[in-house]
Design a protein around this ligand. Structure first.
Ligand SMILES: Nc1ncnc2c1ncn2[C@@H]1O[C@H](COP(=O)(O)OP(=O)(O)OP(=O)(O)O)[C@@H](O)[C@H]1O
Ligand SMILES: [Mg+2]
Length: 580
């Protein structure tokens, strides 16, 4: 993970689970002691009931045994129910945090599939907790009870069992060592395969139009093949070792019987003890067996937990910030340098500018010059490496999510609407949307008429990515979304790229209105028609703000400042934010 660590990361309360774990450990002790019932019962039958020939002893012993079995069963059920609920509780606490990570990661240059893995990590953890794995882990430390029991029957039997347990333990460690090497490449292969699947699914249209489907399937096949290879390798190790351990178990079982018989023949032990020792060794080694069988899920759960810990550490939790008064004065950018989160390349350097309430800045410049990067830096989408972005004097990091919700409007260059209704999208999924506000925003964006002509009007479901609308319609709805609630700072990245003449007029009116009410607009534009209502202009070129000032000075009525198209992004090796 290359993201920088933040101090105020939200923490899920694993500490709160400690008490439950101790309780479960104790409960497992009781269960394991009760599990000696069968062995003791056998011994008593052989050595007491059979020799004395007393039916009443047999009945009394049987009733007692059944009672103890019932107790054991009851505690077993309680333990498994606690574990299941523990899994659910962990899920409830973790899932929202993990989902936040899923949302944040793509901003830092991670693929969506990689981000989605974090959501799956929660499932893995919950699944593990409610499966057989933890039960085996809780039973394992109680193994000495059985060893002592066998040892008391005869030290030689004890030694044989300990020897067997050691061999099984070595097999477990071997499994760990051998699979560890593979688990990392396994994760990479999974992410790679999912990335290809994801990208293929998203590009369905061009796949069809340009006949790429066949090749796309081949690409997926290759990624899937690598995934399968890793899968096969780890499964092979697991399968071989669990086969070996099974053989070991059987050999050991017979060896115990054989040794017991030998000791009995020599008169060192009773016949009942042979059976008892056989039952108890089986029970003693069962958790070892289980742990070996469950090793894959133990490893997966541990990996998920580590990964979640790592990623949760980077979420910047603003919930403890002091709420600042609504902004109304200025936006000032002080000497900022921004790097691409994914590659660490410097995309923007030493940009300084200031805007007061009521001003509108038009950003122009050649393609790839850094306009979008500047817009992203202003909104904190990409954290700046150096310098600061201040609103009313306060650095962006001091503002809460609520500030961004109420006082910032953003229209990204690649318009993306969310799965929901038009009203949901415009109101930014507000819990209590203000219908009048929604309509006003739509009217300002010049899209109200079009919306009411739709069959479901503002309640029209847009489907994934808002695909139910044309590109121009989507852009205007996104504009309405940026305007909703009269935010103080509005950043529009090429809002006119899909607009018709009428749409551009609406845009000019919007900018004028925002300026009149004392807001600040930053608008990125290729076409000068979008600059009619702005008073300031900045020229972004080669990752620098090469000119900034009043519009009349920067853009002459007849000629626009010559734009140099040669473009060399400085890629000084600033890898501080790079992904692994
Ligand atoms: N996610 C990214 N990761 C790495 N580099 C990026 C990323 N996005 C953009 N860049 C690079 O940053 C530089 C500036 O891109 P930016 O999107 O800011 O340009 P722009 O001025 O908005 O161009 P356009 O007018 O085409 O939208 C480009 O060289 C581009 O290759
Ligand atoms: Mg751009």
């Amino acid at each position: 993970m290359g993201m920088t660590k933040k101090k105020n990361a939200p923490k899920y309360k694993i500490e709160g689970f400690r008490g439950i774990f101790i309780f479960l450990f104790g409960l497992s002790g009781i269960i394991n002691i009760l599990a000696l019932t069968g062995a003791l019962y056998m011994m008593q039958i052989y050595d007491r009931a059979l020799t004395s020939g007393s039916i009443s002893t047999l009945v009394a012993l049987s009733v007692l045994a059944v009672g103890l079995y019932l107790f054991q069963g009851f505690f077993d059920i309680v333990r498994s129910q606690i574990l299941i609920r523990l899994g659910a509780r962990l899920d409830t606490e973790l899932a929202p945090l993990a989902h936040k990570v899923v949302i944040e990661m793509p901003r830092y240059g991670y693929s969506t599939s990689e981000a989605m893995e974090r959501g799956r990590d929660v499932d893995t953890l919950r699944g593990f907790l409610s499966g057989q794995g933890p039960i085996a882990l809780f039973d394992l430390p109680w193994m000495p009870i059985y060893l002592i029991f066998v040892w008391l029957l005869h030290p030689m039997l004890g030694m044989l069992t300990v020897g067997g347990a050691l061999i099984l333990a070595i097999l477990t460690i071997l499994a760990e060592v051998l699979t560890r090497r593979h688990s990392q490449s396994m994760v990479k292969a999974t992410v790679a395969r999912n990335s290809v699947a994801d990208s293929n699914a998203r590009n369905s249209e061009i796949m069809h139009a340009m006949g790429i489907t066949g090749r796309a399937v081949k690409r997926f096949e290759a990624a899937n093949g690598r995934h399968l290879e890793c899968q096969t390798a780890t499964s092979d190790i697991g399968g071989t070792l669990s086969g070996l351990s099974k053989v070991m178990r059987m050999v050991l079982q017979s060896a115990i019987l054989g040794l017991g018989a030998y000791l009995a023949i020599r008169g060192d032990m009773s016949a009942g003890s042979i059976i008892a020792s056989s039952i108890v060794t089986a029970r003693a080694l069962a958790p070892v067996d289980q742990v070996i069988a469950q090793w894959k899920s133990v490893v997966a759960a541990r990996r998920s937990r580590n990964r979640l810990d790592e990623t949760l550490a980077v979420i910047n939790d603003t919930s403890d910030h002091v709420e600042l008064p609504a902004p109304h004065k200025s936006l000032s950018i002080e000497n900022i340098t921004t790097v691409a989160p994914s590659t660490g390349a410097v995309l923007l350097s030493e940009v300084t500018l200031q805007l007061k309430a009521g001003q509108a800045l038009g950003l122009i410049g050649p393609s790839g010059g850094g306009k979008t990067t500047l817009a992203r830096s202003i909104l904190g989408i990409w954290p700046v490496l150096r310098g600061s972005v201040r609103i009313d004097g306060a650095d962006l990091s001091q503002w809460t999510e609520n500030f961004f919700h109420s006082h910032v409007g953003y229209l990204p260059q690649d318009v993306a609407l969310m799965d929901g209704t038009i009203a949901d999208n415009i109101s930014r999924f507000a819990e209590t949307p203000d219908a009048r506000e929604i309509v006003r925003a739509a009217q300002n964006a010049g899209i109200h008429e079009m919306i009411v002509h739709l069959r479901d009007g503002y309640q029209t479901e847009l489907g994934p990515h808002g695909t139910a609308l044309s590109a121009g319609q989507r852009q205007r709805i996104a504009l309405a979304r940026a305007l909703y609630g009269d935010p103080f700072l509005i950043v529009l990245d090429e809002p006119n790229s899909n607009l018709d003449a009428e749409g551009e007029e609406a845009l000019t009116r919007v900018i004028t209105k925002v300026r009149e009410r004392g807001g600040i607009v930053v608008i990125v534009a290729h076409r000068p028609s979008a600059l009619q209502a702005v008073d300031m202009v900045g020229l972004v070129q080669n990752g620098r703000l090469v000119a900034f000032g009043p519009k009349d000075e920067i853009v002459q009525p007849t000629k626009v400042l010559p734009i140099v198209v040669d473009r060399k992004p400085s890629t000084a090796g600033l890898k501080s934010m790079s992904a692994e």
